[in-house]
Structures are given as C-alpha cells and as structure tokens.
Design a protein around this ligand. Structure first.
Ligand SMILES: [Zn+2]
Length: 129
C-alpha cells in the first residue's frame, strides 16, 4: 500500500521525505462510521490531515449549498479536485469536494504554507501530479 500511496499524504500531497515526519495510515471511511481496516479503506496521510479529518466523512460546501463527501485519495484523482495557487504554496479546491476537503482538513494551515514556500524556493514544489 505504501508504494501505491507514494510516501506522501493522500490529501495535501506532503511527502514524508521533505518533512521527515512519518506519515500515518488512515481510514478513508473512519472506523466510527463503519470503515474497516482493510487495504481498500486505508491510505497514507500526514498527521495534520489525519487529525483534522478525524471522524468526518462529509462537509458543507457554501458555494453549492450541498453536503458532499470528503476527497477519497484511493478512488478520486487529486488534479480533478485541487490545484495549486500561483505561488505553489496553497491548495485550491476546484470542486465542492475539493473545497470542503481543503477547508475541513485545514490543508492551508499557516505552518504548511510557510514550509511549501520554502520548498518552492528549493525547486521541490509544487509536485507535478
Ligand atoms: Zn496532509
């Protein structure tokens, strides 16, 4: 599974190699919502995304006025739901799913945006896909 997930967070794409912080195995559908500990329901996430996601499965998208499921890194393509800001430091939600996932998982929290800015300067960021 770790090979498939590419050693980076399935949500914010933060790679373990840049942060030195071990990724966590997370339940895409949380256990409290009936998610099983089987490969099809597991993915890698950074500590921040995993913590903020917690037991959440859906979020309210103010623009569309709908409750939508959070992004599923195993079933959905990242580039269909997210893009990078012009400076490469922030994640922009392109769809209702992308917007609620960026918001609820705090994918642009101050510390990670600061780190991404340095990664951009180093030529490591943003990732191509
Ligand atoms: Zn993350």
């Amino acid at each position: 599974m770790e090979t498939v997930a590419g050693q980076r967070c399935g949500y914010c794409l933060t790679p373990q190699a840049i942060t030195g912080a071990a990724l966590e195995i997370e339940h895409i559908l949380p256990e409290v919502a009936g998610g099983l500990t089987v490969e099809d329901n597991l993915w890698l996430a950074c500590t921040a995304c995993n913590r903020y996601k917690g037991r959440r499965t859906h979020g309210y998208d103010g623009r569309s006025g709908e409750w939508v499921p959070l992004f599923n890194p195993r079933r959905q393509r990242w580039l269909e739901h997210f893009s990078w800001s012009k400076d490469g430091a922030e994640i922009i939600g392109l769809t209702a799913c992308g917007r609620v996932t960026v918001d609820l998982l705090h994918m642009n929290h101050e510390e990670i945006v600061g780190a991404r800015s340095l990664w951009v300067q180093a030529g490591w960021w943003p990732p191509e896909s």
